[in-house]
Design a binder for this molecule. Structure first.
Ligand SMILES: Nc1ncnc2c1ncn2[C@@H]1O[C@H](COP(=O)(O)OP(=O)(O)OP(=O)(O)O)[C@@H](O)[C@H]1O
Ligand code: SF4
Ligand SMILES: [Mg+2]
Length: 324
């Protein structure tokens, strides 16, 4: 792989709430190269969205706080950037497809007006150029008769179409880096597959890097070069997709892999991971996965496991590896 575009280095993000402090992201480090597609996987509440939003500097502070660490885009610390540099980054380099399309698209403006506005602000186009490009973008993401949909409002589109509109909006700034946060969860399986294919083809066509967020490890099997697995604010495993799938090293990753529906295995033989994600306001001491882990040892309840390189470029944070 070529040089890193995005580097997240020992990032810790807390929310200081009335009822206490919640650590949403704890010491997360990862790096994504030019043209690489990276899947960030984990159950609900593990800190995926907070990690992604930190890249766009979209963590509300307060109550949020970047307690430590750095996020660098093309070598530049984004938390040291001026507001102008940050607007440039968001408008011309990094784009995000948000988890909730309705919260990211404005219900009171037409789709044409919203995408057109982004094109005029970020790409310096005039009204006619922006309209022409909007139609092209809507066509690119598979909206039928795009010219006639310019004056439609977001609520007039179906769930899958809204995701396409969000993708068109994200692509409007010709980004070099795309963040797609659970772009398919609210959709039925067939539409999920088409949206994923669409994102993959855009990534290839425009040579973008991708940070793809999902709770479903099965989804990243198709879409990603590398995988990071998050559990309760920690990154617990990191490596190439091939290596992580062939040789998972963290019991949580093994659990996720065993719970992926497969064509060759009947559904009744799927083994979901026992128990629930811990309460993030009051996580267990030691390895946060220990109450659910069948291989937990005494040390797991006391000490947070260190990050170990288990094979070249393949890392896991589990005491099983300190024992070897
Ligand atoms: N603005 C906020 N204020 C307070 N707590 C927050 C805020 N945003 C996120 N959190 C908390 O941070 C933790 C991580 O949340 P995050 O949204 O990153 O999870 P996620 O992995 O994206 O989950 P999901 O798969 O459900 O989208 C959660 O416990 C969540 O409640
Ligand atoms: S550190 Fe211990 S509890 Fe945590 S995953 Fe490894 S074996 Fe299980
Ligand atoms: Mg999320």
């Amino acid at each position: 792989m070529s040089e890193p575009v995005l580097e997240i280095d020992d990032l810790t993000i807390r929310f200081n709430l009335k009822r206490g402090t919640l650590t949403a992201v704890d010491g997360v480090s990862l790096s994504i190269s030019k043209g690489e597609t990276f899947g960030l996987v984990g159950e609900s509440g593990s800190g995926k969205t907070v990690t992604a939003r930190s890249v766009m500097r979209l963590i509300p502070t307060p109550p949020g706080e970047i307690a430590s660490g750095e996020v660098r885009f093309e070598g530049k610390d984004i938390y040291q950037m001026s507001d102008r540099e940050m607007r440039e980054l968001r408008g011309q380099h990094v784009a995000m497809v948000f988890q909730e399309p309705m919260s990211a698209l404005n219900p009171v403006f037409t789709v044409g007006a919203q995408i057109g506005d982004a094109l005029r602000t970020n790409m310096g186009m005039n009204k006619a150029e922006a309209q022409e490009r909007t139609v092209e973008l809507l066509q690119l993401v598979g909206i039928p008769s795009p010219g006639s949909r310019l004056n439609s409002y977001v609520h007039e589109f179906s769930g899958g179409m809204r995701q396409r509109v969000m993708l068109a909006m994200a692509l409007s700034c010709d980004p070099t880096f795309l963040i797609a946060d659970e772009p398919t969860t609210a959709l039925d399986v067939t539409i999920q597959a088409t949206i994923l294919e669409l994102i993959s083809s855009m990534i290839e066509r425009f040579h973008m890097s991708l940070l793809f967020i999902t709770h479903n490890l099965g989804v990243v099997a198709h879409a990603c070069d590398s995988i990071g697995v998050m559990y309760a604010s920690h990154l617990v495993e990191l490596g190439t997709k091939d290596e992580v799938f062939a040789n998972p090293q963290h019991p949580y990753t093994v659990g996720l892999l065993n719970s992926i529906p497969r064509l060759d295995v009947q559904e009744k033989y799927l083994t979901p991971i026992d128990g629930y994600v811990c309460n993030m306001m009051d996580p267990p001491p030691g390895c946060k996965f220990n109450p659910r882990c069948k291989q937990a040892m005494e040390i797991c309840q006391r000490e947070i496991p260190d990050w170990k390189e288990v094979a070249p470029g393949h890392f896991a944070a589990c005491h099983l590896h300190s024992q070897q």
